[in-house]
Design a protein around this ligand. Structure first.
Ligand SMILES: Cc1cc2nc3c(=O)[nH]c(=O)nc-3n(C[C@H](O)[C@H](O)[C@H](O)COP(=O)(O)OP(=O)(O)OC[C@H]3O[C@@H](n4cnc5c(N)ncnc54)[C@H](O)[C@@H]3O)c2cc1C
Length: 381
């Protein structure tokens, strides 16, 4: 059995970003680090977008950025300038390439292609069982969802952000690539929260993602029918689909971090790093991996890594409302974008607002459902 100082299971966004930060930090030069994944990814399997105030660490990877976003619904439509913020898009192939190139240059970091079947924390260290054998580490950073525990509990609602996207190329120049459509709720809601997300990367290329925040996924044909319908409605007829993308991101306030133990820390989506009310994960992962590097240098017990904040509770209320009244999403988001400045919405979602600002933002949405959700949570505690 191989022994290591650190094992990182899963080399997707969070595992790879963490390994990259460890590779760049001389503190870890003498540590033996093993990365285990069932594949060493190189493809564009994900398009990561996030907003950022000013310049950012990943700017050299940005494929396209926008200074304006469009919000659209039957009750509110506005093209909103982002002011000091920029909405940025990274395509995963470039991300994987850059980070692996650096990680591979370090001789203390190795990679094994294997299927991870279980992990366990014992007094002798953290153990990883895989298709190619067993590995032991002093500390294990895990980004693989091995048991989907959040699906087997009822305390916290679980919505899914599920979508299918088409990257299309048109014969004529039909897109205004200076504005990204953040949420277009004019699509038929069918008693859910459904919207189109459109990212034009040039005048004749754009990614269209038909997206839902709901409990149940659709069939492949349903997503594709809606994409086709939307393109037709927008008079886009002569196009070629160059790439397809699909995803399912859990949206839940389930306390993922309760599974952390002294020597095993869950990271990425399985560590609860996905913002429960939006599904955004990339920027949070960037912040959390920086915090984790500092933590690894000074602390020993991973159960102390996560600190619960009031934003966890706000996300819970939002998900309570959306889970019980899934058809209200369009109205809630319309009011939010209509009544609060975009800067404050971004700061709120980045968990940077003060308590007074939080209240203002929450009161901008129709309050009755939130008061009922709050009352239910308080009574049940
Ligand atoms: C298509 C898509 C688009 C997204 N777009 C955005 C976005 O625009 N903005 C944003 O903020 N977030 C976005 N997200 C959410 C989030 O950023 C990504 O899901 C992100 O990749 C999560 O990182 P992670 O490390 O938790 O998981 P992953 O990146 O999924 O990494 C997990 C790794 O574990 C490996 N693995 C899984 N099971 C096993 C096993 N049994 N054995 C060995 N290896 C295993 C996988 O191969 C993978 O490499 C998107 C998600 C998807 C799916």
């Amino acid at each position: 059995m191989q022994n290591h100082d650190y094992i990182i299971t899963g080399s997707g966004a969070s595992g790879l970003m963490l390994a990259y930060r460890m590779a760049k930090d001389s503190f870890f030069d003498t540590a033996s680090i093993l990365i285990i994944d069932k594949e060493k990814k190189t493809s564009n399997d994900r398009t990561w977008c996030f907003w950022e105030n000013d310049k950012g660490e990943w700017d050299d990877l940005v494929h396209k950025s926008w200074n304006k976003i469009l919000f659209d619904s039957h009750s509110y439509k506005k093209s909103i300038p982002l002011q000091s913020y920029t909405y940025k898009m990274i395509r995963s192939a470039k991300f994987y390439e850059k980070l692996w190139n650096f990680i591979d240059s370090k001789n203390n970091i190795s990679f094994i292609k294997a299927n991870v079947t279980s992990i366990s924390d014992t007094p002798e260290g953290a153990f990883v069982e895989t298709s190619t054998g067993q590995y032991r580490a002093v500390k294990l950073l895990n980004s693989i969802d091995l048991d989907q525990k959040y699906t087997r509990q009822e305390e916290y609602p679980v919505l899914l952000q599920h979508f299918t996207g088409w990257f299309i190329e048109t014969k004529k120049n039909v897109f205004d690539d200076s504005v990204a459509t953040f949420m277009d709720f004019t699509v038929d809601q069918k008693m859910n929260t459904r919207f189109m997300y459109v990212l034009p990367v040039s005048a004749n290329k754009a990614l269209f993602e038909y997206t839902l925040f709901s409990k149940d996924i659709l069939t492949k044909e349903e997503y594709e029918r809606e994409l086709q319908k939307y393109l037709e409605l927008n008079s886009i007829s002569e196009y070629t689909i160059i790439e397809k993308e699909k995803g399912i991101i859990p949206m839940t306030s389930f306390k993922f971090w309760q599974d952390n133990s002294k020597n095993i820390l869950n990271i990425g989506t399985v560590g609860g790093w996905t913002k429960a009310s939006t599904g955004y994960t990339f920027k949070n992962t960037s912040k959390k991996t920086i915090q984790l590097i500092a933590f690894l240098k000074t602390e020993n017990d991973f159960t102390n890594f996560r600190k619960k904040t009031r934003f966890w509770f706000y996300d819970l209320l939002m998900l309570d409302v959306l889970a019980n009244h899934n058809h209200l999403g369009s109205n809630l988001f319309s009011k939010l974008f209509q009544r609060s400045s975009l800067k404050n919405v971004f700061r709120f979602l980045d968990e940077e607002t003060s308590f007074i600002e939080d209240l203002r933002i929450m009161l901008s949405m129709p309050p009755l459902r939130f008061i009922i959700a709050l009352f239910r949570r308080v009574v049940n505690y």
